[in-house]
Design a protein around this ligand. Structure first.
Ligand code: TRP
Length: 454
């Protein structure tokens, strides 16, 4: 882990396969698992969403995770330069650099609202310190509404979180936080398991299981499929150059297939467990599963108020979630910063603070979209929902489609084979999926949603 430094040149490499797994899992596991997955499951009809999401992870997510890692390792650079290198090697047009560009811009857009939500979690860490004892369902709901109505508070916490992100990226040495993550991630896992045990003993776990896994084909609507596909990209950090950037630090001899499999498994496992923990409480308390982005913040305080040691558990939980968000936000800023350094010779600290300030400004607009600017709407969406939909549902799948086509159809097979050292049958299975299944699924879902088909 000592070598998990992100300098410009020469490119450092992860000290071991585990360093890459941990950093990539750190990028993947974040608010997407703990905050977004439960609320999306709740607003999209439960099991219908969960099962389509699992199918998307398997058929699109994992093959693409491998493909994007491969591009990073082969291209050895920030997403823009890496794509330039691999396109040249394949004798292909420079057009393929758009993958790098979409990724870098998309990641900054995601970071703008990601940081605001991480700010909510920071606020709740301090509220947990005050104790939630005696909180009622109505008070939990009102508590979240009050936060959204308070622009100064939203901006203050958003500022704190952006500063945390920039400090690490500006330092260029992620080893400290990666090392901390070795304790934080298992800690988060342990606390989620604790919530599962709590939910099983005192809340309604059977209802949670039914809600998440009892499949009802009729509930699978266009919107559900579109949302589930988008979320499978979001949760694995796909298509935004983050995985490509981390892949560029991966040693030659490590198995991309195996590492990607571990990352996807850990990411999916955490999301499902977090979902079960939340919904057990939701149903026991008679809360609305479709409450939206505030779901976990309206739910968990009720549990922390009642469980023994709930004050400590509550603080710990929210602090660990902030950590998980932190390792993700770093990966959202790093691609643009490494572009500024490697292509334009900007100093790392300058690059990090300048880009962080730009993202911070957009985040301020996101904060205002919950209150003063709630009337600002485009395509019937406010600024927060618009940024989420644009990145999750459009930019990531488009970039993912381009990555699949490039790796499976444009790159020379021999070069791909060098990177994916799987036994023959495993390689064929992966390549076949990436060639036909993943791109067709993405295109089919797009056509279906726009109503051009079906
Ligand atoms: N995957 C992270 C999460 O689930 C968010 C994230 C980090 C991300 N880096 C990304 C999403 C790059 C898309 C692209 O919280």
């Amino acid at each position: 882990m000592e070598t998990s430094v992100l300098p410009s040149a020469p490119r450092a490499h992860w000290s071991s396969r585990w360093a890459f797994v941990l950093a990539t899992a750190g990028s993947a596991i974040g608010l997407g698992n703990i905050w977004k997955f439960p609320y999306m499951t709740g607003t999209n009809g439960g099991s219908a969403f969960v099962l389509v999401y699992l199918a998307c992870i398997t058929l699109i997510g994992v093959p693409l995770l491998m493909a994007e890692t491969l591009l990073g390792r082969r291209g050895q650079g920030n997403p823009y330069d890496a794509m330039t290198t691999v396109a040249r090697e394949a004798g292909a047009s420079g057009f393929w650099r758009v993958i790098g560009l979409i990724g870098i811009v998309g990641a900054l857009l995601i970071l703008s609202f990601y940081s605001v939500v991480a700010g909510w979690i920071l606020e709740y860490a301090t509220r947990a310190a005050g104790g939630f004892s005696g909180i009622t369902r109505a008070a939990a709901e009102a508590g979240f509404a009050a936060l959204l109505a308070d622009p100064a508070r939203l901006v203050a916490w958003h500022t704190v979180f952006m500063a945390l992100t920039v400090v690490v990226v500006a330092g260029g040495v992620t080893s400290g936080i990666e090392r901390a993550n070795r304790i934080m991630m298992p800690g988060l896992f342990a606390l989620i398991m604790l919530l599962i045990v709590y939910g099983t003993l005192t809340a309604d776990m059977p209802a949670a299981l039914r809600f998440m896994f009892h499949f009802d084909p009729a509930a699978v609507t266009r919107e559900v499929v579109f949302s589930a596909m988008g979320h499978s990209f979001f949760t694995l950090s796909l298509g935004m150059g983050a995985i490509m950037t981390y892949g560029s630090y991966l040693e030659r001899h490590t198995s991309i297939a195996r590492t990607c499999f571990y990352v996807a498994l850990a990411d999916t496992g955490i999301a499902l467990l977090a979902g079960l923990a939340i919904f057990a409480i939701v149903f026991a308390q008679g809360l609305a599963p479709a409450a939206g982005p505030g779901l976990i913040l309206q739910t968990l305080p009720l549990a922390f108020a009642q469980m023994p040691g709930g004050q400590i558990v509550g603080i710990l939980f929210f602090v660990l979630v902030v950590f998980a968000a932190w390792t993700s936000s770093i990966s959202l800023l790093e691609p643009f910063v490494s572009l500024l350094i490697e292509r334009f010779g900007v100093r790392r600290a300058v690059a990090a603070w300048a880009s962080g300030t730009g993202v911070w400004l957009l985040g301020v607009a996101v904060c205002l979209s919950f209150n003063a600017w709630s009337g600002v709407r485009l395509f019937e969406l406010g600024i927060f929902d618009l940024l989420d939909a644009l990145t999750t549902k459009i930019l990531m799948p488009v970039s993912g489609l381009l990555i699949a086509v490039f790796v499976a159809w444009v790159m020379q097979r021999g070069h791909v084979r060098e990177e994916i050292a799987l036994p023959h049958s495993g390689f064929r299975l992966w390549q076949g999926t990436l060639r036909y299944v993943s791109p067709l699924a993405i295109v089919a879902i797009f056509l279906h949603v726009t109503g051009l088909a079906g």
